[in-house]
Each structure stands twice: as structure tokens, then as C-alpha cells.
Design a protein around this ligand. Sequence first.
Ligand SMILES: *[C@@H]1O[C@H](CO)[C@@H](O)[C@H](O)[C@H]1NC(C)=O
Ligand SMILES: *[C@@H]1O[C@H](CO)[C@@H](O)[C@H](O)[C@H]1NC(C)=O
Ligand SMILES: *[C@@H]1O[C@H](CO)[C@@H](O)[C@H](O)[C@H]1NC(C)=O
Ligand SMILES: *[C@@H]1O[C@H](CO)[C@@H](O)[C@H](O)[C@H]1NC(C)=O
Length: 468
Amino acid sequence: MAEQPSTAAAPPSDLKTRPAGSTEHSWCKAVPGGTGITVFALLLSKPPNISLLQNTLHKLQNSNPILKSKLSYSPTTNSFSYTIPATSHLQIQPFDLSSTADILRNLKTSDHNSVSDFHLIFENELNNNSSWVNTSDSNTDVLFVSIYQLNDEKSVLTLRIHTSVCDRATGIALMSKLVELMREENGEGTKSELLKKMEVGLGIEECIPAGKANKPFWARGMDMVGYGLNSLRYSNLKFMDSESTRESQVVKLGLNKQDTLRILDGCKTRGIKLCGLLAAAGLIAAHSSKGLNENQWEKYSVVTLVNCRSILDPVLIPDFPGYYHSAILNTHDVKGGDDLWELAKKSYTSFINAKNNNKHFSDMGDLNFLMGRTIDNPSLTPSSSLRTSFISVFENSAIHTTSTVHQEIGLEDFIGCTSMHGVGPSIAIFDTIRDGQLDCACVYPFPLHTREQMQELIGEMKRILVDW
Ligand SMILES: *[C@@H]1O[C@H](CO)[C@@H](O)[C@H](O)[C@H]1NC(C)=O
Ligand SMILES: *[C@@H]1O[C@H](CO)[C@@H](O)[C@H](O)[C@H]1NC(C)=O
Ligand SMILES: *[C@@H]1O[C@H](CO)[C@@H](O)[C@H](O)[C@H]1NC(C)=O
Ligand SMILES: *[C@@H]1O[C@H](CO)[C@@H](O)[C@H](O)[C@H]1NC(C)=O
């Protein structure tokens, strides 16, 4: 392992173009189908100064060069590459009062009446594939920023980012730096550490510590057969409409401080992480949504996403930009009437055992390959739903603490997650512990699943988490 955390995965410093690694390639392939558009939205009660904000974004892009890259696809080699221009040219797209109202009016014609304008704008961004839907387009940006004027006071600032260069850690780091810098532009000087220049890193595969990705040939074959064939046999949530064109929608799952503290303490005393508990609550809620008898077993699959920055070679600093997550897939039998904590412990233990066996490194190539194969052959999944698991969770929760900065810039609310209506789980959970309260954005493909169905499922998960 490396000695010191590094800001660089050590490519030559004059590098201007580099090919996408295989995990990045998988995301590039998934995005046109609707999976892999990451959006962060901030609800602001004071209108930001757009020219100052644009200036700040240029600085942020210049200090995180991968985020100003241009993405290209070469049909002859079937490969994607990133070209890094010398300077940022990002233009904020402003939507004034009347164009925002037009957009909202169009959105409200469908089943969206129960959600706020902020939430609708967020979902609209999550589904804006216009820049990336045509793979053959060359030199497309990976980051788009817009401001929507909701009314005289309130506006929504959105960052829409291509997931191949932006995992959850990158998105959160970018958002927090932006918020800090927005305050500074309102007066004080520039905090230089926020604009520390990062190098363009290598793909995650290039940074796997020596020996950790090795896997006997026979094991590779067995696991591939297992992953590939079994997905047809796993249980899914009821599909409401598997024919119509899909989009991503989001429901929130929140707990108050007291309940959050209780479940975090419960996890601590049992030596597990929250991801195991959230997955277990999801599995129990899914089984009970089917109205099956107790003892009617079902097998569900759970994907746990691991932020690998601290275990790569070289080790990457926490805010190093790019996509450095890997996935571990486990399956669990649920029979109805399951004990929440028992299932949580089981779920977490099978995840951590797989991680201790380096599955997040050794199976990375297999999972990328299968993701690609599924995109090309949706019929490999039940009802061509493109569902490859029931639920996905992050190994570690994001932590957010409100500071005085948020009042100064008028930050009232924020939300962030990634579109999943192409290949993906039925429900992807992006959890944050926000000032001590659990706050999750749960993404699902609509109308394969409906808002009503998901609100019911999430309501049941919440009941399960609160009532044990
Ligand atoms: C891309 O967006 C268009 C317009 O919103 C939509 O009709 C289309 O279904 C989307 N495609 C995918 C794969 O999400
Ligand atoms: C934005 O900030 C710049 C620089 O401080 C200032 O010149 C400009 O007038 C501001 N614009 C608005 C609309 O306040
Ligand atoms: C999608 O984003 C582009 C700019 O990136 C914008 O011009 C377009 O209006 C957006 N589409 C929708 C449906 O909001
Ligand atoms: C995709 O982009 C290529 C090159 O820009 C263009 O020739 C092609 O017509 C586009 N296809 C669609 C469906 O827009």
C-alpha cells in the first residue's frame, strides 16, 4: 500500500487525454439508457450572483480538471475517452421566473402533484439526458449547472454531472466546496485549500493494490454463471408497468433525531453499519408488500457500494474527484416475519465477509462485464426490467452538519442522487445523516414502479425502523 495519501494516481502531468477505465466505461455505456446522471440541487432563499457563481465554478473545475473534461466515444475502438481543456468554459444556464413556471406547469400534468417545486426541478434534472443520450456525440461536457428562479426570493441551483467522473463522494465534496466558496465570494478572500489543484486520476482498476484482484480462473467462471443466471430467479418488487418509457423518480425517507440515534446506537451495539439495517428493512418491507404467507421464502439481492479511496494504491484523499466506488452483490432469503436486527446482522455480515475476501476488487471486472451485457440484452432480466438487484445501499452514510455558512448564503434544503431508470436496482438508497437525522433520497424507475407504490414501501420501511 502507499505511504502517504496522494492527490494523484500518478499519470504524467502533461496528460491531456486519457481513455476511460472499465468501470468508467460501464457508466458511459449506462448513461444514454438512463442510469448514471448525478444531480445535486440546492434550495436557496437568497438569489445568488450568477457572474460570481460562474467564476467560482470555473475555479472549482480548474482545480478538479476531470470535471471540466470533454467526453468522446470512438466507434472504431468502442472506447470512451476524456480530454481535458486548459481552462473551464462552463456557462450557468439561468431559468427566469416565467421559464421556470413553464417547466413546472409541464411537469405537473402527470402524477406529480404530491411533491414540491424544488423536488420536481430536481427530478427533471435527473432525467435530462439531452447532453448524453447520443453516444456518438463528441466532446460533450460532463458538468452542467442551472439556476431556476422559483419566486421572488427562492431559487434552485442544480449541478448535473456524468457519473463516470463523479461518484457520491465527488458530488458531496463539490457541493460543500461550492457552498463555502459562495460565502467567501460574498466578502472574505478565497480559501486556497478549497481550490487545491487535483491531478487527473487513473481509473479505479489501475489503483487496485497488487494481488487483491487475483481470482482463480474456476472461481471467476462460477461467479459469472452465478451472477448472470440467478438474476432471473431473484425476487423483485411488483412491476406496475414494464412497457412504457422510464424515468427516475425519488421518494424521501426521513427519521427524527431520536429515532435516528436509536437505530445508530442499535447498529453500534451489534457491531454493524447502517447499510445492513437499511437493506434489511427494505427486504422485510418488500416481502410484506407481496401479501405472501409467512414462511413463503423469497430470495432478494442487495448491492452495497464501497468507497475505495482509502484502500487504493496509491491511497486517494477523500475529496479526490472521479468514480472510485465498487460494488458487492449479496443475496438474502426472506420468509416473512423476519426479525429486523437478525436480518440486518446477516446482511451486513455477508457483505463484510465478501469485502474481507476482496470481492469489491476481484469481482469488479465481472460486474462491469455483466452490466454491459445486461444493457445490450435487457431480456436477460425479468420482464426486460433491467433490474439487476432489488436494493442498493452505500457502505457508509454521508454525514452533513449545517453551519452558519448555510444561513449566510440562504441554503434551505439540498438533495443529491443518481438516475437509475436504465440498468440498476428497483430502489437505490442515498443516505445522509443530516444534523443527526437520517435523510435518504430513494431513487426508483417510474412507471416500472409508481410513486404510490414506493411511498408505501418507504412508509413500511420507516415503520419497521421505528417500531422494533
Ligand atoms: C431521454 O429524455 C427524453 C426526453 O425527456 C425521453 O423521452 C427519453 O425517454 C429519455 N431516454 C432515456 C433513456 O432516459
Ligand atoms: C455580482 O457581483 C459583481 C462583482 O462583485 C458585481 O459587480 C455585480 O454588480 C453583481 N451583480 C448583481 C446582479 O448583484
Ligand atoms: C436539459 O438541459 C439543457 C442544458 O443542459 C437545457 O437546454 C434543456 O432545456 C434541459 N431540458 C429540460 C427538459 O429541462
Ligand atoms: C448522434 O450524433 C451523431 C454525430 O453527432 C449524428 O450523426 C447522429 O445523427 C446523432 N443521432 C441521433 C439519433 O441524434
